[in-house]
Design a protein. Structure first.
Length: 102
């Protein structure tokens, strides 16, 4: 495990997402009502950054073709996306957001 601080709670308000870079990997951190989640930022279908797409509840939509993923599990939930996203554990420590990236 390699826990890395990726921001603060205030930097990612509820209902938003933020792109972070950890070891040269682009990752999106999402703040949902039920907590924080993180996935790869790159759409598995179109290689587009998901952080430039839209977030509706727990579903992120790719800005290129509209494919969708559940950010809590990484599952592809709308065509043309069929390959799931990589997901990463997230912890809130006080006001800091930490991500486990191996």
């Amino acid at each position: 495990m390699a826990w890395t601080k990726v921001g603060t709670v205030r930097e990612v308000p509820v209902g938003t997402m933020k792109q972070v870079t950890v070891d040269e990997e682009k990752i999106t951190v999402y703040h949902l009502e039920e907590g924080f989640y993180a996935t790869s930022d790159v759409c598995t279908h179109a290689s587009e950054y998901l952080s430039t797409g839209s977030l509706d509840g727990r579903i992120v939509a790719c800005p290129k073709h509209g494919g969708k993923f559940d950010v809590t599990s990484g599952a592809a939930v709308a065509f043309p996306c069929v390959v799931p996203l990589e997901v990463y554990p997230v912890e809130v420590r006080g006001e800091e957001v930490w991500l486990d990236f191996e």
